[in-house]
Each structure stands twice: as structure tokens, then as C-alpha cells.
Design a protein around this ligand. Structure first.
Ligand code: PEP
Length: 254
């Protein structure tokens, strides 16, 4: 099955609104028109509305970095699916920084995925093992266990994107080996097929994230089982980000 390659940029807690607008414009200036890949930018919440204007005539889509699962109410500091939906096609859920710094559990992430799907947002579900889990030979079990828990009670996976991001590779400059990533991707695709059928396993897009750069991106993107990348640091550099988009187009022969 042909899956559209996806390059997503997670800007994390970086860029003021003017900086975000400048960065988005620099990315647009460096992109090839309609290269057959899909590009998503995930800026801080406050930049979603302004970037929606900046990107209006462009193929670049917006994603949020998080959301809460309740529709509204006394949840100070939180943002609901209906608040981001006017601007976003995607929402990153379960990022390891949310899990580690803010204590998010698989159960909470599951509730968020259910709310995102109900609102018509496509979740980018992040999964990944710690260094201890990898060293103990538990990487596949950890990641497939996270998948099962995060997708509990979810009946269909249309539009779902899964980002495999080993915790030890995020922001460390230590990217995972291509063979290690492919092994996890195959296990994830098989797990999705086991839960939702062969078609869903074929259809789901799998991204690798963790210290991806313009130098190492092609080694992942050339693998048939990997459909794209979730970029942190490299997404803040317009040259690297647009180079990686072009590498994705080339690697997937579009
Ligand atoms: C991320 O935050 O999702 C990420 C992959 O970060 P980096 O590319 O900087 O490792």
C-alpha cells in the first residue's frame, strides 16, 4: 500500500509568535511546491491562530503539541480539542516529555486520543522505551504495550499516525540504529493489524523520531516500513527541515 510520507515538526516550547511566523515563512520559502509528501508544523498553542493565517494558502498543515480530553470546564491551563480544531489537522499525544515531565499515563493518553478522534483531529501518538527498558531487552514489549493501552476502546484507526520515539534518542544527539527502528516498526504494524485487521496495519503511518537530522534522515526514510519522521531540534532550522522534506520525497520516489 502507498502511504503518504509525513514530516512533522515539534517546536516544543520554542518561538514567540513573531519568531514562529518568521520560521514558518522561512520553511515555506524553502519548500518545493507539491512534492507529494505531507508536512505538519506543531508550534506552541499561542502561535496556532497566527500560523493558520501564515500557512493559509500553503500545503503545510498545523498540529498541536497536546490537548486535554475534557470538552471544557474548570481545568486551569488546559486546552480542549474544540479549541484547537479550527486551526489544526493533527495533535501530538503521549510525547515522552508529557509522560516524563507531566506524568501522563497511557490511560490519560487514551482518553485524549478518544477526544481527538471525536473532534476530527488526527492523533500523532508517541511511543518509546527508556534506555533501561532497551538494555533489558524489553523495547518491543514496552512499545507494543503502550500501543495497546493507548488505543484501548478505540474502534478504528483511520488517520492515526504513530511516532516511535525512543526516550533515550530524543534531544540527545544519539539517534537509534536503523535496524532497531525497523524491528519496532514491524512490531507496531503487526500489532495494529492484530487489533484492527490487515488493512489497518498496512494503512497506519509510522514515523521515527529521535535526533533526526538532515545527515541521518535518509537512512530512515529509505526504509519501506518507515513513513516519515517527527523532528524536534531539526524542525527549528528551516534549512534542515526543508532538506528532510526533500529527502522524504526522494526516498519514497515521489
Ligand atoms: C521530539 O521531540 O519529538 C524529537 C524527536 O526531538 P529531537 O528531534 O530533537 O530528538
Amino acid at each position: 500500500m502507498k502511504r503518504t510520507p509525513l514530516i512533522a515538526g515539534n517546536w516544543k516550547m520554542n518561538t514567540t509568535v513573531p519568531e514562529a511566523c518568521s520560521l514558518a515563512k522561512a520553511i515555506l520559502a524553502g519548500m518545493e511546491p507539491a512534492d507529494g509528501t505531507e508536512t505538519v508544523i506543531c508550534p506552541p498553542f499561542v502561535s496556532l491562530a497566527p500560523l493558520h493565517e501564515v500557512l493559509a494558502e500553503s500545503p503545510v498543515k498545523l498540529g498541536a503539541q497536546n490537548m486535554y480530553f475534557k470538552p471544557k470546564g474548570a481545568f486551569t491551563g488546559e486546552v480542549s480539542a474544540s479549541m484547537i480544531k479550527p486551526f489544526c489537522s493533527y495533535v501530538i499525544l503521549g510525547h515522552s516529555e508529557r509522560r516524563q515531565v507531566f506524568g501522563e499515563s497511557n490511560e490519560l493518553i487514551n482518553a485524549k486520543i478518544i477526544a481527538a478522534v471525536e473532534a476530527g483531529l488526527k492523533p500523532i501518538l508517541c511511543l518509546g522505551e527508556s534506555l533501561e527498558q532497551r538494555k533489558a531487552g524489553k523495547a518491543v514489549d514496552t512499545v507494543t504495550g503502550q500501543l495497546l493501552s493507548c488505543l484501548a476502546e478505540i474502534r478504528q484507526t483511520s488517520g492515526l499516525v504513530i511516532a516511535y520515539e525512543p526516550v533515550w534518542a530524543i534531544g540527545t544527539g544519539v539517534n537509534a540504529g536503523v535496524d532497531e527502528v525497523c524491528q519496532i516498526m514491524q512490531a507496531l504494524r503487526a500489532a495494529v493489524a492484530g487489533m484492527y485487521g490487515t488493512g489497518a496495519g498496512e494503512e497506519v503511518r509510522l514515523l521515527y523520531g529521535g535526533s533526526v537530522t538532515a545527515e541521518n534522515a535518509a537512512s530512515y526514510l529509505s526504509q519501506p516500513v518507515i513513513d516519515g519522521a517527527l523532528l524536534g531540534g531539526a524542525s527549528l532550522d528551516p534549512d534542515q527541515f526543508t532538506t528532510i522534506i526533500k529527502l522524504a520525497a526522494a526516498a519514497k520516489n515521489i
